[in-house]
Design a protein around this ligand. Structure first.
Ligand SMILES: [Zn+2]
Ligand SMILES: [Zn+2]
Length: 362
């Protein structure tokens, strides 16, 4: 279960933007995996903080969280970039391009060649009837895409691009940085050209020369019949776009199956409890029970026993990529009346006179 984002960042529910940013920066400095190489949980903690910041810094997400919690964010299709992908993806997705607010402290890791795009995670919910039939859902998410105006090279179309003088076109520089944790020597993306090796004379007006921009995207994802709660569907190449010449990341769609009191799912089988009267158990008859395809008339045999199971073959769910359906198992619960009116009591007393008492020992 995800923690409360206010608690994660250590801020009051009334905290304003500046306060959130300050709290997140502080945490990010403490938790950044580059300065916590010995702590295997650092990356997870960092991601948790990033996810909390992602929720609270976006007014729509924050409002949704305040009203409906994490469940509300999921069911409203708010994708968390922080929950998936690497640290650099998180920072670039949250702050755009390579211009991280941590650049002065951490820089970015050394790069060789264009970087591949990061993955994106989204969630959808479906109900059991849709597990039977399969479903399609349109998901919306923010993805880093190539700038359409400059086609990703960062220059205003028709203007020249120079080789960066700081890094001689390499895109990377050696840097010694002092941090609260000591000096760190590392190769980082060239601060002048942001690792591109080239600088446009006139930066693209649309993307400020970054070459990439965040865009709202939608994708219609096919959810196969038989899917289980929590399974993820990978859509190759639909994540953040990579740098020029590098592949895009993947889109991961996590599926939540909404619970239904009428059916308890056991893989491809469904269990349905059905309450019947004591006379129905004795005399047999028909009762109406719910199935995924509507109400079904079930024949209760004479002398039915509490806990007796009646199997409706093929009324369960399909297996993922399978054809045959599982069963629906109806479990009878015999309801013994706790109170009888005068007439009922009279009839039951008559029955009592003629019914054999079972041997208490069985
Ligand atoms: Zn551009
Ligand atoms: Zn440079």
């Amino acid at each position: 279960m995800a923690r409360d984002p206010y608690q994660v960042l250590g801020v009051e529910p009334s905290a304003e933007d500046a306060e959130l940013k300050k709290a997140f920066r502080k945490l990010a400095r403490e938790l950044h995996p580059d300065v916590n190489r010995d702590d295997p949980e650092a990356e997870e903690k960092f991601k948790e903080a990033a996810e909390a910041y992602e929720i609270l810094s976006d007014p729509d997400r924050r409002r949704t969280y305040d009203q409906y919690g994490h469940e509300g964010l999921r069911s409203n299709g708010f994708a968390s970039q922080a929950a998936s992908g690497g640290i650099e993806d998180i920072l670039s997705a949250m702050f755009g391009g390579g211009s991280s607010p941590f650049g002065d402290i951490f820089g970015f890791g050394s790069r060789s060649g264009p970087a591949a795009g990061g993955d994106i995670g989204v969630s959808v919910s479906i109900d059991l009837a849709e597990v039977l039939t399969g479903a399609q859902r349109e998901v919306s998410f923010q993805a880093v895409t190539r700038c359409e105006h400059c086609h990703g090279n960062g220059a205003e179309p028709g203007t020249p691009i120079r080789t960066c003088e700081t890094c001689g076109g390499q895109g990377a520089v050696q840097q010694v940085t002092s941090t609260p944790f000591g000096q760190m020597m590392r190769q980082s993306a060239c601060p002048t050209c942001n690792g591109e090796g080239k600088i446009p004379d006139e930066p693209c007006e649309t993307c400020d020369g970054v070459g990439r921009q965040r865009k709202e995207r939608t994708y219609a994802v096919d959810i196969p019949a038989g899917i289980e709660e929590g399974q993820r569907i990978r859509v190759s190449g639909k994540g953040h776009e990579g740098e020029l010449g590098a592949p895009a990341g993947d889109l991961y769609v996590e599926v939540t199956v909404v619970g239904d009191d009428r059916f308890e799912r056991h893989g491809e089988h469904l269990i349905t409890p059905a309450r019947i009267s004591v006379t129905r158990a004795m005399l047999g008859g028909t009762i109406e029970i719910p199935t995924l395809e509507g109400m079904h008339e079930l024949t209760v045999p004479k002398g039915a026993q509490p806990g007796q199971q009646i199997v409706l073959a093929g009324k369960g769910l399909p297996r993922l990529r399978g054809r045959r359906r599982g069963d629906q198992v109806v479990v009878l619960d015999v309801v013994i009346p706790k109170k009888l009116n005068r007439k009922q009591r009279h009839v039951v007393e008559e029955l009592d006179e003629v019914l054999d008492e079972p041997n208490p020992g069985g």
